[in-house]
Ligand binder design. Structure first.
Ligand SMILES: [Zn+2]
Ligand SMILES: [Zn+2]
Length: 136
C-alpha cells in the first residue's frame, strides 16, 4: 500500500494557499532571465506536478510569460507561488515554487536549466546541467 503524503504552502501573506500530493514528477533550478526577474532572485527552484496533484485556494493573479506558460502570484503580497505550463501536445503541468512550501528540507533539485545565466558565484549542483532548457 502506498501512503500519499500531502504537503502545503502558500504566499508570504497567506491569501494564496496550496496543497500538493505525493512526490513531484521532477524538480530543478531554473536560472533563466525570466525566472530571475519574475522571482526577483538569482534562480527559481521549482517542482513539477500533474494538475490532479495540486489544489490551490485563494484568488491568484496571473501573467503569461511565454505562450502557454502562465505564472501565478498573490495580488496582495506579490509572492510567486506556482506556474501552469500547457505544452504543445495539450499536456498541462504545474510548477510549484520550492520556496513557497511551509516545510524545509524535503526535496533536493534533480537538475539545473539555463546554466548559461547562472551567477558565477553559484557552484553547480552535482546533478545534470542544461545550458538552456532541459532536454529529456
Ligand atoms: Zn500573499
Ligand atoms: Zn526559467
Amino acid at each position: 500500500m502506498t501512503v500519499t503524503k500531502t504537503r502545503s504552502g502558500g504566499c508570504a501573506c497567506g491569501a494564496i494557499r496550496f496543497e500538493t500530493r505525493d512526490r513531484p514528477k521532477r524538480g530543478g533550478l531554473c536560472h533563466c532571465m525570466t525566472c530571475r526577474k519574475a522571482h526577483a532572485s538569482a534562480f527559481n527552484p521549482f517542482l513539477v506536478f500533474d494538475p490532479g496533484d495540486v489544489t490551490v485556494t485563494g484568488a491568484a493573479s496571473a501573467w503569461e510569460s511565454s505562450p502557454g506558460y502562465v505564472r501565478y502570484f498573490c495580488p496582495a503580497c506579490g509572492s510567486r507561488v506556482f506556474a501552469k505550463n500547457s505544452g504543445q501536445d495539450g499536456r498541462v503541468e504545474y510548477e510549484v515554487s520550492l520556496g513557497s512550501y511551509d516545510e524545509v528540507g524535503w526535496f533536493e533539485p534533480q537538475y539545473e536549466s539555463w546554466t548559461l545565466r547562472r551567477e558565477p558565484w553559484l557552484a553547480p549542483l552535482e546533478t545534470p546541467q542544461f545550458v538552456r532548457d532541459r532536454v529529456s
